[in-house]
Design a protein around this ligand. Sequence first.
Ligand code: FAD
Length: 400
Amino acid sequence: MKDNQSTLNVSGLFAQSLSKEHIELQEKASRFAEEVLYPYELSCEENNGLEQHELTKINEQVLTWDLNAINHSKEDGGQGLTIFEQMLVNEQLGKVTNALWDTVFQPAYPMRFGTKQQKEEYLIPTNLGKRRDAYAITEENAGSDPSQCGTRADKVDGGFKINGEKWFVTVGDVADYILVHAHVDGDPEKPTVFFVDKDSHGVKVKRTPMYTHNFVYEHPEFIFKDVYVDDSKMLGEIGGGYDLTKDWFVEARLGIAARCVGAAIRATETANSFAAERKQFGQSIRDFQAIEFMLADMAVEITAAKSMLYRICWELSESWERKLNHARAAAVKLHCSEMAGRVCDKAVQILGGRGYMRENPVERLWRDTRVDRIWEGTSEVQRVVIARQIKKRGLGIYVD
Ligand SMILES: Cc1cc2nc3c(=O)[nH]c(=O)nc-3n(C[C@H](O)[C@H](O)[C@H](O)COP(=O)(O)OP(=O)(O)OC[C@H]3O[C@@H](n4cnc5c(N)ncnc54)[C@H](O)[C@@H]3O)c2cc1C
């Protein structure tokens, strides 16, 4: 069966309104996904990850293709892409299964607020593919409500002592440092983020659970026991942890939304090709109205979600107003992730039994996109954010 690998259609609805530079960027990301990452999908699926030498090779390719740190400034070693341009890249990367998009590293946004020393030690080498970050907020008792964070950073002479436990630390297996969200002196009014080197005394992996997807990296749980960090390891100021985390959420939520649109497009392309080729009862299955109506619904779902995504990312590229961006990123993440769930599910259905085979991309996309309704804030939490914004600022921020 053919996996209809996308060649971007420049006469498409969205391509028509893009500049030449944007089309070139989109095409580059699309080629990178297909030429560099697709070939690793099946071995990543079978082995729940890749060998170190394969990761190193991809890392080199990311740098060669100038796709490293698209979300950070050129001055800091990144590509300096706008939010809209980042979205164009992320949409293409979202077509790749097994979260291989995460090899195209986009270091955590809040690091740009670091000191000169922090940038030299952490951000710049990370942007250049020499180091790798992970971001740890979630805990056993602090999930949707991070104010319940039990990890504490007690002030000691010249620095802090960190104690606590973090769960679901994505890329925790290969990262060499972790941005740890903790409460200074255990005070919920003092949420603060710290750079913690993974080889620091007292940092330990507790366990590495298995998940629904076969992600290219792991999501281990970490224990921090009397981990000493000096004052220079604090990112921003004491009590500034939430604002930094919120900024990270905005960027991460837009990235998820873009990838969900990409995933839905690949699933639909694959289902569309399959429906044309597959014959049952003496005819192509796409000529059954039940199948073509599914394809019609999938296409319309994508058009609607993609219109929203492009519009909001364009606006965010023009203005960086923290609260409004938070409100809009929640809406687009909610809609695009729910849309991808519905579309990938239909793609599985159109492929019938083959849709349930792990060797087919629609099956992996269906499984991979399930987490997009959970991480970086569940769908319910996005609705809480949106509802609060409506109450506070009026419905107009979404509908006018
Ligand atoms: C694969 C994976 C990778 C992850 N990577 C990271 C990472 O790198 N760093 C990190 O810090 N975290 C990470 N997470 C954690 C993720 O962000 C949390 O799982 C998520 O925020 C939900 O928290 P929880 O799992 O504790 O669920 P809970 O908060 O316990 O929620 C359980 C259920 O209750 C609902 N609920 C909770 N509060 C409300 C409410 N106010 N109103 C209505 N419903 C509500 C939820 O929507 C959900 O349905 C990852 C998770 C996964 C699965």
